[in-house]
Unconditional design. Structure first.
Lengths: 116, 223
């Protein structure tokens, strides 16, 4: 439900940055999105195509770099990948501990833009 | 030849919301108020739990409530019946509360008279977890009938909360709810989360949560 406000927020930041850099047009917008964000790239592109016509962002592509979930082990502090499809069996690959704190997977960033 | 250039932004998509959330934190600090964000799915029992707490705590601390719902003023009416300053946010379709809505709602509360603002978020285990509303305490309710597998299905929510309140434990005989499995999954993501099994209906376990909540409140505000 909140994809549209997010797209508007991305639009505002990208447009400002592109104009600051005297871009003729924006070719690509690269996002870094954590896997826990339940972000659906196709929906974002759809809204993007809806709000960008007649701007320097028209026809630009949204490229989503998905950041996997990782946790820091509560015992040995090792950072390991979490298998969200199989959370119950995910354990620290160094000491086998079963508890940790999420380190990556919640990202919600505009990484950069490609302009011409 | 076309000249392409890549420009780094490294900017949070939610930066406008996060900026307003910081304004709320500053306002709450200036007014010496503790802001508590309570999230859950619809029907988990947020309002019933808040009413149980109001009955127990409103003599000791001054509480205001911000109610978030997609439609209706039902919950605000229930809370207001206890003579508690209440603001109903009716989002008209939006699935979460954001910082701008909370900031506006705060204007309608007598902040100089309050110690605590409880925000009852929209019933939803996905979107409310995404938006910082400037709260001092992020917490969620999971009710027994919803099942013990919710941390697997909605990991973001469980990863952002400091307290997990498991309500309706009086219904445990009716459901195959595995506390051990719930805790095991939650602690994969958030090993320091505090878990409080309780029943807002019978009162069982509520005092343990109140001890935790009062500690959180007293470690922030001066009374």
């Amino acid at each position: 439900m909140h994809e549209l406000p997010l797209v508007k927020s991305i639009f505002k930041s990208v447009k400002q940055k592109a104009e600051e850099n005297n871009a003729a047009r924006v070719v690509m917008v690269q996002l870094e999105i954590g896997v826990l964000r339940e972000f659906v790239p196709e929906i974002i592109q759809k809204y993007w195509d809806y709000i960008t016509p007649s701007t320097i962002l028209e026809n630009s592509i949204i490229d989503v770099v998905e950041i996997p979930a990782s946790a820091q082990c509560s015992q040995c502090k090792n950072v390991y990948l979490l298998d969200l499809q199989n959370l119950f069996s995910s354990v620290c690959n160094q000491c086998g501990c079963e508890t940790g704190t999420l380190v990556t997977g919640r990202e919600m960033k505009i990484k950069g833009i490609q302009i011409e | 030849m076309r000249d392409f250039k890549y420009i780094d932004l490294k900017e949070c998509i939610l930066k406008d919301n996060d900026g307003v959330a910081e304004e709320i934190r500053k306002l709450a600090n200036d007014k010496n108020i503790f802001v508590w964000n309570l999230m859950s799915s619809p029907g988990a029992g947020k309002t019933t739990f808040i009413i149980r707490l109001l009955k127990r705590l409103s003599q000791d601390i001054k509480i205001g409530v911000i109610e978030g719902d997609v439609e209706s003023t039902l919950d605000a009416e229930k809370i207001h019946a206890f003579n508690i300053p209440t603001v109903q946010l009716r989002t008209g379709g939006s699935c979460h509360l954001d910082a701008a809505m909370i900031k506006k709602a705060m204007d309608y509360l007598p902040l100089d008279e309050l110690d605590v603002v409880i925000v009852e978020n929209i019933g939803n285990l996905v979107c409310p977890a995404e938006f910082d509303i400037g709260a001092d305490l992020q917490s969620m309710i999971l009710s027994v009938p919803e099942g013990d597998d919710k941390a697997i299905k909605y990991p973001l929510m469980f990863s952002v909360c400091k307290a997990l309140i498991v309500t309706k434990i009086d219904t445990l005989p009716c459901f195959d709810f595995d506390f051990e499995a719930l805790e095991k999954n939650v602690r994969k993501l958030n090993h320091q989360i505090k878990i409080f099994p309780l029943s807002a209906k019978t009162g069982e376990g509520v005092e343990d949560f109140i001890t935790f909540l009062m500690h959180e409140i007293n470690s922030k505000i001066k009374r």
